[in-house]
Design a protein around this ligand. Structure first.
Ligand SMILES: [Zn+2]
Length: 453
């Protein structure tokens, strides 16, 4: 059974960055069979033909940083810094349980799918003692929505009584964290070539976890052969925290604990000096660039141009929706290009370099670029087909510019592993009206629990 997407513009993001003004893509089962210029042969047996006229085909986007549960706590502390925003929200997040996480994750995953994302990670680090199987709940949500998923088992063990930022009620004990993380990997991690589910390890941040946890989490992840993730160099407050407490920069601090390498990626990486960028480049450590969240929290602008010039793998992330109410991956693409140029001039990040961040760059950051991130024969069939012939887009000379710089285009089709997740700009298998009702109720539940606390 194959799907033939015919007559569309194609931006393949393959090694040569091949593009076709009129091209076609043939998908065979879970994989891409061919990508080529011109119209497809008309007589392929057992093929479903999709008319791609007026559309642009790109690889499915890869989201490299998120906190899915935050979908339920949008619109809170809307004018605060990261540290003030966190201290407002920790007590609300303390009310999370399996049901609220499942609903929140579904809302966030649907928004990702509707904005071009086919693979996402998640960083879940709040595990209230009575919350149940929260990682299992979000894995269930990703399966139902149909996205390829790399959730990380996050954690916090440095509560306020020990000099950390989070209240003691939302942190866990070190041994319990390591045991739960190992169990999550053993139970869920699928390393197979057509995997839809890989697990990562992700203590939350230097100001919410101990050095012991960072060090032992790295040992555990390497022992299990999975990736490592945390927040780093997001704000000047964090930089001051590290210099005050550890006498060095955030990068030097985590480096001393074994946290640089091609199996590591950091969220944000805004406040990096040249030495920090060189350390990331030399070790192959990746960065998840989250422009909207960084702007929403007034944290700063990531040095994407300098990171790319140095050879650091860079991808895009929406970050948690509590600090990016839109949580739209295609908007992150636009913002990454505009923000880089606002500080670095029009050549700082080209339109096509932006598309790299959203696709093959993100796949590199997640260590998955051998399977996803470009439209090439043999790769997994994760593909976005964007309508660039609407009234808002028609006449834009360059279809890639229509996608990157224009208003977010509707999705004609989104394939994950060859399966339609979005069709005609609507979810193929999720009832979005029902979802809105469930999200409203779950958000109210969390707010009520916080009042009772
Ligand atoms: Zn984050």
């Amino acid at each position: 059974m194959s799907i033939v997407i015919d007559g569309c513009a194609v931006a393949s993001m393959d090694g040569d960055r091949s593009e076709y003004t009129v091209g076609h893509v043939i998908v065979d089962g879970a994989r891409i069979q061919s990508v080529a210029e011109g119209r497809a042969p008309r007589d392929l047996p057992d093929a479903t033909y999709v008319d791609g006229t007026g559309c642009l085909a790109t690889p499915g986007f890869v989201n490299t940083h998120h906190h899915l549960y935050q979908w339920l706590t949008r619109g809170t502390a809307v004018d605060e810094t990261l540290f003030d925003w966190l201290t407002t929200l920790y007590p609300v997040w303390a009310g999370l349980d399996e049901d609220t996480v499942r609903v929140g994750a579904t809302g966030a995953l649907v928004q990702l799918a509707r904005t071009g994302c086919t693979t996402t990670t998640d960083h879940h680090y709040v595990f209230p003692g009575d919350g149940g199987d929260l990682l299992g709940a979000e894995i269930e949500a990703a399966r139902a929505v149909g996205l390829r998923f790399l959730p990380t088992r996050g954690s916090m063990d440095l509560g306020r009584s020990r000099g950390g930022l989070p209240p003691d009620a939302v942190v866990e004990e070190l041994d319990a964290i390591l045991a739960a993380t190992a169990e999550a990997i053993d139970r869920h991690h699928d390393p197979s070539p057509e995997s839809m589910l890989r697990i990562g390890v992700a203590p939350c941040s230097p100001f919410s976890v101990t050095g012991d946890l960072l060090e032992q989490a790295a040992v555990l992840a390497r022992d299990k052969g999975v990736r490592l993730h945390t927040h780093l160099a997001e704000t000047t407050d964090e930089d001051a925290f590290c210099r005050d407490r550890f006498g060095c920069s955030p990068v030097e601090y985590v480096e001393s604990l074994g946290w640089l390498g091609p199996d590591v990626w950091f969220a944000h990486g805004i406040h990096l000096d040249d030495k920090g960028i060189a350390a990331l480049a030399a070790s192959g450590t990746g960065v998840a660039h989250c422009p909207s969240s960084n702007a929403r929290l007034g944290a700063g602008i990531c040095r994407t141009r300098d990171l790319r010039d140095a050879g650091v793998p860079v991808g895009l992330g929406v970050d948690g929706a509590a600090s990016n109410e839109a949580a739209s991956l295609v908007e992150e693409l636009r913002h990454s290009v505009l923000f880089a140029r606002a500080v670095g001039g029009p050549q700082a990040l080209t339109v096509r370099a932006g598309l790299e961040l959203a696709t093959i760059g993100g796949a590199q950051v997640l260590g998955w670029d051998d399977r996803i991130g470009s439209l090439e024969p043999g790769k997994l069939a994760d593909l976005a087909l964007w309508r660039v012939d609407t009234a808002a887009h028609a006449g834009i000379a360059d279809p890639v510019a229509a996608l990157v710089l224009g208003t977010p285009p509707p999705l004609e089709l989104l394939l994950v592993q060859g399966r339609a997740v979005v069709r005609n700009d609507a979810m193929a298998e999720v009832d979005e009206e029902r979802l809105a009702v469930d999200v409203r109720a779950a958000a109210a539940t969390l707010r009520d629990r916080a009042v009772g606390r």
